[in-house]
Ligand binder design. Sequence first.
Ligand code: SAM
Length: 318
Amino acid sequence: MENSLESSVRKRKAINRGIWADNETLVFPDVSFDVTVANSATHQSTPEKFVLVKSRRMIEYYQDLLSRFKIQNIFEIGIFKGGGMVFFYKLCKPNKIVAIEIERDANPALAEFITRSGLTKVLRPIYGVNQADAVPVRRVIEEEFGETQIDLIIDDGCHFLDETRKSFNTTFQYLREGGFYVIEDWGWAHWPGMWQQNGGPWKDRPATSFFIFELAMLAASRPDVIEKLEIFRELVLVRKGNIQDLGYGFDISKFYLTAGRTFLEQGFPLHGIVKVIQASLSRELICGYREIMNKICPPESIGRKIYKSILNLTKRKS
Ligand SMILES: C[S@@+](CC[C@H](N)C(=O)[O-])C[C@H]1O[C@@H](n2cnc3c(N)ncnc32)[C@H](O)[C@@H]1O
């Protein structure tokens, strides 16, 4: 795709990737990064060294991807200790990075770094904004970027299904043609280790992978909306197609084509049914899923009928 992101890259200088002092320390001349996921809760940012909650592999992915494009305007969801904002600034030297965060208190190290570096107009952290609330999110974007389209959106917020989908529906319209939308840490429901023990730490949450499946359906149906979709363990990259105006109220579920078949509804029914089938096949106790089924499948619904037939099948087996 030939567009302003790519055509301008020929004129630009190589990005500053920084230097790895060790596997967990990325160094730029005036600031370094404490690259950690495991210690991100206990380590603190300082104006000289920021906690960056990413793996080295993710950082190298961003370095390779963003070195090929001129990224001038960035919107990030999830500020935490400021590492993401400062990292994308050092890497891309953009005109502006706007980031939102649900917490109300500003990170002091980030505030100090911005003031000291004279970047108050470039780095714009906005606190007390929930990524799932379309109205304030739109207001922030429109106030901060005006008519300027965004080149890169990074969703590194709460990583839950509903919020991830809502953020995409709200913000994708502001992305330029050929721009990138990244969803980090989408695959938590499938990660090994503690994520698989006793249903994992977020066992009551529907998996965000259902939304990734919707993105795949959209990529297949509408290349003008999604030109390219890349799925990695740590992140998903969406490249926007040439659709011009998605407008307010964009809803991904209205855009993919399914020949009238129901693939999923909000993640829950498929999730519940798959779980019930898995449970029945492995002859586990399926009563635990009754609560979910009661919630998602009202009496006389097709979902309830499927549930009952699986229940009967399981009773016959045992
Ligand atoms: C993984 S951290 C972000 C890390 C940061 N981007 C980095 O690269 O170092 C996730 C952040 O998202 C914030 N968050 C959680 N739920 C949110 C929501 N609904 N809306 C906005 N921010 C949210 C959390 O408070 C937390 O600070």
